[in-house]
Design a protein around this ligand. Sequence first.
Ligand code: HEM
Ligand SMILES: *[C@@H]1O[C@H](CO)[C@@H](O)[C@H](O)[C@H]1NC(C)=O
Ligand SMILES: *[C@@H]1O[C@H](CO)[C@@H](O)[C@H](O)[C@H]1NC(C)=O
Ligand SMILES: *[C@@H]1O[C@H](CO)[C@@H](O)[C@H](O)[C@H]1NC(C)=O
Ligand SMILES: *[C@@H]1O[C@H](CO)[C@@H](O)[C@H](O)[C@H]1NC(C)=O
Length: 480
Amino acid sequence: MSDSHLTFCFLSSILALIVITFIFTKRKKPTLNLPPGHTGWPLLGETIGYLRTYQALRLGEFMENHIARYGTIYRSNLFGEPAIVSADAGLNRFIMQNEGKLFEASYPKSLGGVLGKWSMLVIVGDMHRDMRNISLNFLSYSRVRFHLFKDIDYHARRVIFSWKHNSTISAQKEARRFTFNLMAKQIMSLDPGKPETEQLKTEYVSFMKGVVSLVPLNLPGTAYRKAIKARSTILKFIEAKMEERAKRVQKGEAVEEENDLLNWVVTNTNLSNEQMLDLILSLLFGGHETSSVAIALAIYFLPGCPRAMQQLREEHVEIVTSKKKTGEVELTWDDYKKMEFTHCVLNETLRLGNVVRYLHRKAIKDVRYKGYDIPRGWKVLPVISAAHFDPQHFDQPHQFNPWRWQGSNGKADNNFMPFGGGSRYCAGSELAKVEMAVFIHHLILNYNWELLEGDEPFVYPYVDFPKGLPIKVQATSSSI
Ligand code: HEM
Ligand SMILES: *[C@@H]1O[C@H](CO)[C@@H](O)[C@H](O)[C@H]1NC(C)=O
Ligand SMILES: *[C@@H]1O[C@H](CO)[C@@H](O)[C@H](O)[C@H]1NC(C)=O
Ligand SMILES: *[C@@H]1O[C@H](CO)[C@@H](O)[C@H](O)[C@H]1NC(C)=O
Ligand SMILES: *[C@@H]1O[C@H](CO)[C@@H](O)[C@H](O)[C@H]1NC(C)=O
């Protein structure tokens, strides 16, 4: 072919493309009033900008710029699909309250590949209702209170009391150790420090890296491929546990673990093996990564606010002192309920830290909201962190200020949604708060700490400390 022929082919295909684009643009229903926005590059859309790493104590440059330009509800193209992004607290609540009616959860396919097709995040409809019921049974208020509480206390002490005076530790890693040990015990009766528990933890780390990987390609060497391998190793591990359990039940041996999730699911539900395994993985994932980051965030915020640190310490010293009078030693649920200021610190940590930044949904019907159209099938991303940074909802939103939660101010605010809402509201919210409070209790009674190396949290889009939040711990005089 001659050069001129090539040029001609090239030009005519360009022309065809322009004509096609023109026709398609023209044919878009003219009556739709889509939110303003920009669709970015073909295929990629604005995904790269949306996912770019940013400091966790801000809403992020991408969001800030888009809101400034288009308002709190805008249109984009993300994760390969046309999308509506909502930083509007009202719309976010509307989306969550209409789960299954107008919207439904729709996480990227790659997540299902590692978390499993029966994962809590992925399933919708009746299946979700049934699995959620099981999770809520496992994590119910009364179970947390009467069954998990003692264990939470034990595992918090086990981690915190292992630290040496004057040493440097990774707060993020230690918090993970705490929540992982707790979940491994509660789910499958695995004891901390045992080889099988450590093996599971190692596999779990590879698994996590794939869950959060930005390039979900199943190619050799990728984090995603490794995660899929780790997933199958973990599943084999859990399966072996289940078989061992079943054998012992058959032989009539006492099953001391009868209170763990594995037993509960086997005896009380009709789940298939695969469903059970995915549920267990979801709970391990949901219950470990989130609450450990939340604990690390509290450890990060407190030294920056000495007054909060002192008031917190006073509250916990008071609790221990009054217990000593009655001769009680162990921390109890009633003590937890007395931690008033601590609860302000927890809320403030969740508000400013925003462990979960946004949710993945899609519209399952054509929806109209405040004059905007959200077409059926479009991706919808409620950015639940947006309201937390909005000065209209929280005065001086970038300040860590636990006192804002005192009195009735904070309580009336329904723009605070760290745990989502509606029928997918976090099943582990109570557990997460107890974990944070109990960990803080032992930490603040026993140590002073300072932050090292200027580490700070970033959004990857999961929240993490790149250096693991190194801190230097000094035993307090009261504990020695
Ligand atoms: C500070 C810690 C935590 C935060 C910020 C958090 C946040 C969230 C959010 C925002 C959702 C909603 C996801 C969606 O709507 O798509 C969710 C769901 C869920 N969380 Fe948590 N979570 C935390 C801790 C935990 C813990 C400790 C567990 C215990 C295992 C847990 C278990 C779950 C489960 C099972 C769901 C799915 C609920 C459903 O789909 O019905 N979470 N979480
Ligand atoms: C939820 O679980 C409880 C306790 O096992 C059971 O009694 C109830 O029937 C379940 N509800 C649904 C809707 O499955
Ligand atoms: C703690 O570490 C500092 C230096 O980092 C040192 O000067 C001090 O003596 C140490 N104290 C104890 C009790 O080890
Ligand atoms: C399990 O399945 C059987 C028969 O299909 C049904 O009768 C029973 O209610 C189911 N149990 C649960 C907990 O779903
Ligand atoms: C913390 O936030 C929750 C809403 O998630 C609210 O119910 C609770 O009252 C708040 N706690 C305090 C101490 O303000």
